[in-house]
Ligand binder design. Structure first.
Ligand SMILES: [Zn+2]
Length: 335
């Protein structure tokens, strides 16, 4: 019998995990599963959690398990995915709330959960990750440090809207800077009330995939069309882009205000300075206390932090009484 035809994993199961950076190798008895960026070896399955480039391998190294949305988003990156999608009963992809189609990996029967990039917050069209009780949790720690606190999402969006509305009312222009996939679509929707909304071409490519999967993003003009039609010479427009250099050039040429939308703005010292100079902590990741709450709600007997501020988060979790560790690189761990 082929290993992927197994319906259930047997009682006596040996789970081993090895971290390769932004990828993991999971062994369930003799079955081998590559997760995200694993660029060597061959595996029974290759599980891709989401379509951000830092998680994508150069090639798929086993039977592909991912969401249809992720497969379509990978295509936009000119990485043809010819493989068919597979399902296996004991590896369950669950919504991780990060970007369209993003999935955490649950090994049944709740033995292990790997969150990958995760966000538990419902926001605009995105549904947040819902914690599940598991034996072992492997969680990300991108913002696993106490100064990364984003505040309540509704309040944050209120602040963004009133701040940007004021700027536009005064005839100012806005360059909204954020990643092209995930943040780009949140920003497109967030500014859909603006009559002159321009989005960078790459953002528009990803927007189309979101729209194909039923996400309404409103009306916008692509960067090339807006440039051709001279829209940047008008007043009170919003331009959504991921390109820092272009953002600076456009801002200088058309006296626009650059606003960054990322959790990293929390690194600055005070809130006003942060908003004026940098922007808003609107993120597709969990903030520090979101991560802690995910751990609390999953009630794991052991937690590993895969990447990010692993030491800081592990130390805080240990203070709370959890058996928490950073996940060492290139070292096989038996669970
Ligand atoms: Zn990501």
């Amino acid at each position: 019998m082929f290993p992927w035809r197994l319906k259930y994993i047997p009682e006596q199961v040996m789970l081993r995990i090895m971290c390769t950076g932004n990828g993991l190798i999971l062994e369930i008895n003799d079955l081998k599963v590559a997760i995200d960026r694993v660029n060597f070896g061959s595996y029974d399955f290759h599980f891709i959690t989401h379509a951000h480039t830092d998680h994508l391998p150069r090639q798929i190294r086993g039977k592909l398990i991912t969401s249809q949305e992720t497969k379509e988003l990978i295509k936009v990156r000119n990485k043809g995915v010819k493989e068919n999608l597979h399902e296996v009963s004991f590896l369950e992809p669950v919504n991780s709330g990060h970007i369209l189609g993003s999935r955490a990996l649950l090994v049944k029967e709740n033995k292990l959960l790997y969150t990958s990039d995760v966000n538990p917050r419902d926001r605009l069209f995105m549904k947040g990750f819902k914690p599940i009780q598991v034996d072992t949790l492997i969680i990300e720690g991108t913002y696993g440090k106490k100064n990364f606190v984003f505040g309540e999402t509704g309040k944050l969006i209120d602040e963004i809207l009133s701040y940007t509305f004021k700027l536009l009312s005064e005839g100012r222009n806005i360059v909204a800077l954020g990643y092209s996939l995930g943040k780009g679509q949140i920003l497109t929707r967030l500014f859909s009330w603006c009559s002159d909304l321009i989005v960078d071409n790459e953002v528009a490519h990803f927007n189309e995939v979101y729209e194909r999967f039923g996400v309404y993003l409103g009306k916008y003009l692509r960067y090339t069309e807006a440039s051709r039609e001279g829209l940047f010479k008008e007043r009170s427009w919003v331009f959504v882009t991921h390109r820092e250099g272009l953002a600076k050039r456009i801002a200088k040429q058309y006296e626009a205000k650059i606003i960054r939308f990322t959790g990293w703005v929390c690194q600055s010292r005070n809130k006003r300075q942060s908003r004026e100079i940098y922007g808003f902590p609107l993120s597709d990741h969990a903030d520090f206390y979101d991560l802690v709450n995910i751990v609390r709600e999953t009630q794991p007997s052991r937690v590993y932090i895969a990447y990010g501020f692993s030491n800081e988060l592990a130390a805080y979790l240990r203070e709370l009484g959890f058996d928490a560790h950073l996940l060492p690189r290139n070292q096989k761990i038996e669970l």
